[in-house]
Structures are given as C-alpha cells and as structure tokens.
Design a binder for this molecule. Structure first.
Ligand code: GAR
Length: 204
C-alpha cells in the first residue's frame, strides 16, 4: 500500500505536526508529511518541518486581495506536493469554500475540547472556567462552521481540583498527539465512513 501524502497547515508551535512527523518516520502510520504550510511567518512549525527535511511554505494572507485568493495559493502548493489528506494542526483560521470544496471530506482538524463543547479560541480555559469535570480533545472532519464536522475520535481527561490552564492543556495535548496520529492511520486504512453527522469506523 502506498503511503498517504499529508499536507499539514499550522499557525504556531507545531507539536501536533511533530507528533505526526514522528509517527510517520517510525512507521507507526503509513503516511508521510509531504508539505507544511504556515500562515504565520514565525510559526515554530516551520522550523520543525525544516529540521525534518520537509518542504515548508509561509503563505501571507496580506499578500492576497481576498481570503479566497490566499486559499487558492495554499491549494496550489498542496496540489504541487500531491497532498491527499489535509491536516489542520493548530491552524487558527476558518476555511473558505475554496479549500473545503477542493478537499471535500479530505480535511481533518484537532481541537482541544470535547466538541461540540467549547469551540473557538482558548478551549481549555473555557472548560476550566465552566467547571466541567472532564475535558479532552476531538479529531473531526472539517466543514463550514468552526470546530464542527463529523467526529472521528475523542479522548477524555479529568479536570483536577487545582488545575491551571497550563496543566490541563498539557494533559489534553498528550492525548491530542495520540488521537491525531490514530485518526490519520484510520483514514489511511480506508476505515472511516461518513454517514451524515456520524463517522463509522470499519473493523479491520
Ligand atoms: C492544539 O492544542 C490544537 O488542538 C489547537 O491549537 C493547539 C496547537 O498546538 N487547535 C485549536 O484550538 C483549533 N481550533 P500545536 O501547534 O503545538 O500543535
């Protein structure tokens, strides 16, 4: 079986990207990161890509007349690198129809909450302030709305009495790295089937 070609979009430090790179390198997933695209010039994710010898690009929204044109720019990079699955890994922008239509059902995202609770920014802080007993993370297919779309995998972590945002975020992040890689492997193996809002995971 051919390795699945991934295109990772990131805005920041890139620990999820790193988890994917490491899993691909060690053969834990039958995939390879073909290209990394960042929308922030200083994103640490870019450095991680360079260190791993993966082509990386900074695409500057300000250099394009519209967000759609910006995304056409991203799509052309992804296409040039033969990307089959787009992984949003801390990519902090809402996608337009340009990306969504080009890669329909081929874009996945990781979010640090048990969706549909706490979409948007600072999900871990939202969870802590709300007072939930359990928090977690979600890998899902990407649709028009923010942090919505059919759920592939979730992981749950407890919220401890003296938790800080940092402590809770770290506990969640460990699970993010685990389930993101697992979701990619399920996709690669053709085991995910979208049925309306639900994703059926076919047995091996
Ligand atoms: C992760 O916690 C990810 O779940 C979150 O940004 C962080 C990126 O960290 N994404 C979102 O909040 C998306 N709505 P990373 O750059 O170290 O992977």
């Amino acid at each position: 079986m051919e390795k699945l070609r991934l295109g990772v979009l990131a805005s920041g430090r890139g620990t999820n990207l790193q988890a994917i790179i490491d899993a691909a390198r060690s053969g834990r997933i039958r995939a390879e990161v073909a290209v990394v695209v960042a929308d922030r010039i200083g994103a640490r994710a870019r450095e991680r890509a360079r260190r791993a010898g993966i082509p990386e690009y900074f695409v500057d929204l300000a250099a394009y007349p519209t967000k759609e044109a910006f995304e056409h720019g991203i799509v052309s990079i992804l296409e040039r690198h033969g990307v089959e699955l787009v992984c949003l890994a801390g990519y902090m922008r809402i996608l337009t129809r340009v990306m969504l239509e080009h890669y329909r059902n081929r874009i996945i995202n990781i979010h640090p909450s048990l969706l549909p609770a706490f979409p948007g920014l600072h999900a871990q802080r939202q969870a802590l302030e709300y007072g939930v007993r359990f928090a977690g993370c979600t890998v899902h297919f990407v649709e028009e709305e923010v942090d919505a779309g059919p759920i592939i995998l979730q992981a749950v972590v407890p919220v401890l009495p003296d938790d800080t945002v940092e402590a809770l975020s770290a506990r969640i992040l460990e699970q993010e790295h685990r389930i993101y890689v697992e979701a990619i492997q399920l996709y690669q193996a053709g085991r995910l089937k979208i049925e309306g809002r639900r994703v059926r995971i076919r047995p091996e």
